[in-house]
Write a protein that binds this ligand. Structure first.
Ligand SMILES: Cc1cc2nc3c(=O)[nH]c(=O)nc-3n(C[C@H](O)[C@H](O)[C@H](O)COP(=O)(O)OP(=O)(O)OC[C@H]3O[C@@H](n4cnc5c(N)ncnc54)[C@H](O)[C@@H]3O)c2cc1C
Length: 429
């Protein structure tokens, strides 16, 4: 088993976090009251708080750790308008709700693109397009059907194979790819910083290292939001904790499964090598259950992510596995030193769809299922709007089911992982 070659400067921290200075906040006292308290300082919480503040509400946003501690500064930076099922399958399963959910994810993508351009957020955004790559010859038929579903729904998508693939990716291991033009690339932490400054300029009180430990419902109405730094009385509470929900709302935690996803970033590639590996700087994702996602960063590092199983692992184990997988796909990167490796949690739901709703009167948005850069930002803005009386997004109509025996997941996840790996190996599923 090959270990990854490590740069002398190797750190187990997200590349993106290392490239920005996380905002340090200078707001010593926690307000005693607010119209609304938003819990969680990622894309979703910031977009919710910003929306509320723009509409004249007094808003306090509280984050347990540093602002941007969660997935919002650890992700792959792929802005993808996707749910885990294509438009036809969604409609078949959910009828008109399926159609509206598909429209919503397109809206989420447009929302983030225009947010970035209207507010000149310097986050290296590029409309790159995405290659969805068949990892096995048996996966091609399903990929073709998937691409056809999108094309029928009006999306710009094309199935390519053979020599056309060589113009798109410096790899010979894939049988075919669907090229989706409507995908972008972003520097995740710079996008996050942009949202922090939008929220702050709109008047949101931002408090980092302020974990909410309890949400009480006084008889007089509203909430008493108890944090490690004091309590805030508020009429409304939005919880935007996604995979990091932990024990704050046990009923919500039973509906969200946090699964680790891991990423490595190499040293910057020489320009010739970068062009050979990714001539058009597309976002790359493969069709496996345990999929890989990879791209070049704005400074031309290979950023390669995925996971080997649903179980827990260390960053070092995940790093070596990802390095071997990257080199199998791109042998020309063999020996390239790894400078950063990190992990973060994605929020899986039973139906693999995002959810918005109320539990114990608390409004929440969750369930990125690995694709939340656009969706969770947009859902944040939508739940902010709901507090002001706007209609909920379509995901609020879904029944948010608890994950069966979620307390026993350590026992059953290894079996699910083994089955997924079997399917991946033989191109089934
Ligand atoms: C490794 C990785 C790669 C990914 N790649 C992509 C990708 O390429 N494209 C894509 O679309 N999506 C991707 N995602 C998903 C995407 O990053 C998330 O959907 C999105 O960032 C979620 O934003 P959020 O604001 O909802 O949650 P987060 O950014 O996770 O923020 C939640 C915050 O809530 C805080 N919190 C929790 N409990 C409390 C409490 N009690 N009190 C106060 N604060 C609390 C946490 O500390 C955390 O900072 C990836 C995720 C990971 C982990």
């Amino acid at each position: 088993m090959n270990s990854a070659p490590l740069a002398a400067s190797y750190r187990e921290v997200a590349l993106w976090q290392a490239q920005v200075s996380l905002p340090s906040l200078d707001v010593p006292t926690l307000p005693a009251e607010a119209d609304a308290v938003v819990v969680g300082g990622g894309y979703c919480g910031l977009a919710a708080a910003w929306t509320l503040a723009q509409r004249g509400r007094q808003v306090v946003l509280v984050e347990a750790k540093a602002l941007g501690f969660g997935a919002s500064t650890r992700n792959g930076g792929m802005v993808i308008p996707e749910l885990k099922a294509g438009p036809a399958k969604l409609e078949q399963q959910y009828g008109s709700l399926g159609r509206r959910m598909f429209q919503a994810v397109g809206e989420a993508f447009d929302f983030v693109e225009s947010l970035i351009s209207e507010h000149s957020i310097a986050c290296d955004y590029q409309r790159t397009g995405q290659l969805y790559l068949a990892h096995h010859p048996r996966a091609v038929a399903a990929l073709r059907a998937y691409a056809e579903e999108y094309a029928a729904a009006g999306e710009a998508v094309e199935l390519i194979d053979g020599s056309d693939l060589g113009n798109e990716i410096g790899s010979t291991v894939f049988s075919a790819a669907a090229v989706f033009e409507r995908t972008g690339a972003v520097h995740p932490a710079r996008l996050h910083q942009g949202l922090v400054s939008l929220a702050s300029r709109a008047g949101v009180h931002l408090h980092d290292f302020t974990e909410v430990t309890r949400l009480e419902r006084p008889k007089s109405g509203g909430f008493r939001v108890v944090t490690r730094r004091g309590a805030i009385a508020a009429r409304d509470v939005i919880v935007a904790a996604n995979a990091y929900i932990d024990g704050l709302i046990p009923r919500l935690a039973r509906r969200v499964l946090p699964i680790g996803s891991y990423v490595i970033a190499t040293r910057p590639l020489d320009p010739g090598l970068a062009d050979a590996v990714s001539p058009r700087r597309r976002m790359f994702v493969d069709t496996k259950n345990f999929l890989f996602y990879w791209r070049l960063s704005p400074d031309d590092r290979m950023v390669f992510g995925g996971r080997k199983s649903l179980g827990s692992t260390t960053v070092a184990e995940a790093r070596d596995y990802l390095y071997r997988s990257m080199v199998r796909i791109h042998p020309q990167l063999s020996g390239l030193e790894i400078e950063y490796a990190w992990g973060g949690d994605v929020a899986m739901t039973l139906d693999r769809l995002p959810h918005v709703g109320y539990l114990d009167k608390v409004l929440y948005a969750t369930g990125c299922n690995g694709s939340g850069v656009a969706l969770n930002t947009w859902m944040g803005a939508r739940v902010g709007g709901m507090v002001c009386g706007d209609d909920p997004p379509p995901f609020a109509e879904l029944r948010h089911r608890a994950i069966p025996a979620s307390g026993l997941r350590r026992c059953y996840l290894p079996f699910v992982s083994a089955w997924f790996r079997f399917e991946d190996r033989f191109g089934l599923g």
